[in-house]
Write a protein that binds this ligand. Structure first.
Ligand code: ADP
Ligand code: MG
Length: 287
């Protein structure tokens, strides 16, 4: 066993799906969207989840944070089954796993100022921008936004800025796990890089564990340690990125995905890809 292998297996799974089968409405049992999915997020690692549109990626994200209940199998947060946890525990576990959706309007209330939204994440019980102003401004700085962004509403920002605000809001809740669901898919390439750079810096600083969902293999390759390939609601391939996306993939679908990426095998590492660091070097607020 190599050092990286023993390292990987020694790390505890912060989030785990076991035989998860889930669907929607009356068809949920007869025609499930996800079929017996096993998945594991290990401490400090980023798992990329790839699959074509409709393969069930967002459904899996919602199930992992407890918004959907599996009809079979279970989801374990740090070993605890959400289904059997009491209310207080569910609230704490949910806070420790933050979902960032593709459309930040889904996570940002358009009528709330950005600062109020971040303050709510910082302290859900005593949310107040006045009380938490300095911490809110620190978070804005960490995603390369000016302090006065706190007083504006989400519509006053560009798509990339809004997505960075959504990142700040999710991280201000101090999660151990972040699930990023196609967070750069709606953005232009250069703007994608800004969001990814911010996320990469914060991930390292905050020791985050991440599920990075995307249909874009080149992006997944840049940010992930491990990768799982979802096809028609089943995980058809998984492993370290270089294993699954580097050499000859075992599953025909993964081969197909790879073939559709131009020059996919020679992408630069994140440090080289980054044009310039956007994140000012400030200490992450500890709290
Ligand atoms: P992906 O994120 O990979 O594009 P989704 O998880 O969004 O895939 O969707 C997987 C399948 O579940 C699709 O067939 C989609 O039509 C269906 N689906 C997604 N959300 C709902 C919903 N709220 N109600 C019913 N069907 C849904
Ligand atoms: Mg989706």
């Amino acid at each position: 066993m190599t050092a990286t292998e023993s390292d990987r297996t020694a790390r505890p799974a912060l989030l785990r799906a076991e035989g998860v089968t889930v669907g929607y409405g009356s068809r949920s049992v007869a025609v499930p969207v996800l079929r017996s999915v096993d998945l594991e997020l290990r401490h400090g690692r980023t798992l990329g989840l790839v699959g074509e549109s409709g393969s069930g990626k967002s459904t899996l994200a919602r199930t992992l944070v407890g918004l959907l209940r599996p009809s079979a199998g279970r989801v374990l947060h740090e070993g605890r089954d959400l289904a059997s946890a009491d209310r207080g525990e569910v609230a704490a576990l949910r806070r420790s796993v933050q979902l960032i959706p593709q459309d930040p309007y889904a996570s940002l209330n358009p009528r709330m100022t950005v600062g109020a939204a971040i303050a709510e994440a910082v302290d859900p019980r005593r949310a107040s921008l006045r009380r938490h102003r300095s911490e809110v401004e620190r978070w804005l700085g960490l995603v390369a936004l000016d302090p006065d962004a706190a007083d504006r509403h989400p519509h006053a920002f560009s798509g990339g800025q809004r997505q960075r605000i959504a990142v700040a809001r999710a991280l201000a809740a101090r999660p151990r796990v972040v699930i990023a669901d196609e967070i750069t898919s709606a953005l232009d390439c250069s703007v994608q890089a800004e969001v990814l750079n911010v996320l990469a810096d914060l991930r390292a600083e905050l020791d985050l564990t991440m599920l990075f969902i995307s249909h874009d293999l080149s992006v997944v390759r840049l940010v992930s340690d491990d990768v799982a390939v979802l096809y028609l609601g089943r995980v058809v391939e998984r492993g370290e990125v270089h294993e699954v996306l580097g050499q000859a993939p075992a599953h025909p679908y993964t081969r197909l995905l790879l073939d559709s990426v131009p020059d996919g095998r020679e992408l630069p590492r994140p440090s080289e890809a980054a044009a310039e660091p956007l994140t000012p070097h400030r200490a992450v607020p500890r709290g």
